[in-house]
Design a protein around this ligand. Structure first.
Ligand SMILES: Nc1ncnc2c1ncn2[C@@H]1O[C@H](COP(=O)(O)OP(=O)(O)O)[C@@H](O)[C@H]1O
Ligand SMILES: [Mg+2]
Length: 500
């Protein structure tokens, strides 16, 4: 069975997109207004509709016509963000393709709504991490490079959600596909996470320069983007083509705005699904009347194959490997050190440092996928935890801790090392906020779940002292933290006996 969909024609041959590869490597589409981006996204959605679940963040209500023919459920955002988060969770639970139309909202409300919806998709339970294309048209609205008229809070929420989608969505089955008319207006860290590009007609020098940098082209070669006809895109990336390839995007079967304003066509077959995801049942997390989420399909099923798919090359290697492995690792380590050596590195967030890191990688001509954010955070956690002093970083206990950290999923390694460091230094049990940050999230609930996970793996033991203050022990290393703040609700302390 083929995982390739047909986007159009590259000369006299089909221009294809490999969905499996796409899931791992994401896609950025850029081109001036009228270059044919939305048409391209529509073509992509139509061709893959029967193969994989889809969600479209649609600022202009352009894609509602997908409902007619492909059964997407249209969600008209009204400004109730909490409800949107719940709907997104149900979308994942029931594996329904949807279009989130933000047409009725102003810019600020659009950002909040997109953040709420993406957050719901992102926070889904692990057993719902089925593959899903998440298409965001006009992505510069949601991940702007600079502050605009909207409030800082809306921008932070929306940018955070987009960064999550592009940097950390993959593990959760979310394949980010973003389109923008102005590359220079899109936040760099969001653009940098895509390894596949479809570049359409581009007028402005600054956008051309950004495009050339992303593609690793000489700037003068990027000049060709200026002359591209409408509907023609230069394709590059592991899911598209190893060399720049111009594709004339083929026709679509649905039209933009073929459906009158506000209409939500509901073919009979989708009536149930619609009410299933749109109706909240008070006090009930999972709808009793809903069909059970489909059992895991037979092994030949595409979705299972997508879910189980592991790319043939390790995550942190680009498809085209310009260096040998050793040279590459050395170069990466040098870039990493140079980022840390910066005077204010100690005060910057991991995300900011990572942005700096990817830019320096590009300057060194190391690809943006050189090191993923999670690996970067892990190394940062190791480096920072070690900065505590030679006593920590040179001790055998720290060596053992690093060995354990390597056996953990990489975004948990930082969390674990933070705990170990606190324990080694006799510092109080870190707060949930500090742990959440090590895990790269603002959600303390998530940090709590991760602690539970570490505890279930026997890596840590959480207990409380007589005042109820949490203490985390690391049995393997025979150390434990000092008591933390009692009012901080730790994960339920199942084991009250001394663990270490
Ligand atoms: N490959 C194509 N084939 C036929 N018509 C196209 C193609 N690409 C774009 N168009 C048409 O050109 C117009 C602008 O395209 P659109 O996708 O809306 O551009 P953008 O989203 O980049 O602003 C639309 O009317 C669209 O139908
Ligand atoms: Mg458009």
């Amino acid at each position: 069975m083929s995982f390739e969909i047909n986007l159009g024609l590259a000369g006299d041959r089909p221009g294809t997109l490999d969905l499996v590869e796409l899931l791992a490597t994401r896609l950025l589409v850029q081109g001036n207004s009228g270059s044919g981006k939305s048409h391209l996204l529509r073509r992509l959605l139509e061709q893959s509709a029967g193969l994989v679940q889809q969600a479209v963040i649609d600022p202009e209500g352009d894609y509602v016509s997908l409902a007619e023919r492909y059964g997407h459920i249209v969600i008209e955002a009204t400004g109730d963000d909490a409800e949107l988060t719940q709907i997104a969770a149900r979308v994942r639970a029931h594996r329904v393709s949807v279009v989130l139309s933000l047409e009725a909202l102003d810019a600020e409300a659009q950002m909040r709504a997109a953040a709420a919806f993406l957050g719901g998709l992102f926070e889904a339970d692990r057993e719902q991490w089925y593959p899903m294309l998440v298409v965001v048209d006009e992505a510069q609205i949601f991940a702007p490079a600079a502050a605009g008229e909207v409030s800082d809070e809306a921008r932070r929420l929306s940018l955070g959600a987009m960064t999550n989608l592009m940097c950390r969505g993959r593990k959760r089955g979310l394949a980010g596909i973003i389109a923008t008319q102005r590359l220079a207006k899109l936040a760099k860290n969001v653009a940098a996470e895509a390894s596949n590009f479809l570049m359409g007609r581009t007028f402005l020098d600054i956008d051309m320069a950004r495009a050339a940098d992303l593609l690793g082209l000489e700037r003068r070669n990027a000049e060709t983007f200026r002359d591209l006809p409408r509907g023609h895109f230069v394709a590059l990336g592991p899911a598209l083509s190893k060399r720049p390839l111009t594709i004339a995007i083929g026709p679509t079967t649905t039209g933009s705005r073929s459906v009158p304003h506000g209409l939500e066509p509901l073919p009979e077959t989708t009536t149930d699904t619609r009410s299933l995801i749109m109706t909240a049942v008070p006090g009930v997390a999972r709808l009793p009347a809903a069909p059970r989420p489909k059992p895991r399909p037979a092994s030949q099923d595409l979705l299972v194959q997508l879910a189980n798919y592991r790319p043939p090359v390790p995550d942190d290697l680009p498809a085209e490997e310009p260096f040998d492995l050793f040279e590459r690792e050395t170069a990466l380590a040098e870039v990493f050190e140079s980022v840390l050596a910066d005077a204010d590195a100690g005060l910057s967030t991991p995300a900011t440092l990572y942005q700096d890191f990817t830019i320096r990688c590009r300057i060194r001509r190391l690809s943006g996928e050189a090191m993923g954010l999670s690996e970067f955070k892990r190394r940062l956690a190791v480096a920072r935890a070690g900065v505590g002093g030679a006593t920590v970083s040179n001790s055998p206990t720290w060596e053992s801790a690093q060995a354990v950290a390597r056996s953990l999923p990489d975004d948990l390694a930082g969390l674990y090392l933070l705990i170990v460091r606190a324990a080694m230094e006799g510092a109080p049990c870190p707060s949930h906020a500090a742990l959440a940050e090590a895990y790269g999230t603002s959600s303390e609930g998530r940090a709590r779940r991760m602690l539970t996970y570490l505890e279930e793996r026997g890596v840590i033991v959480i207990r409380r002292d007589l005042r109820g203050a949490p203490i985390i022990a690391v049995p393997e290393l025979s150390i434990e933290t000092a008591p933390g703040q009692p009012e901080v609700a730790m994960a339920p302390a199942k084991r009250r006996s001394r663990g270490a």
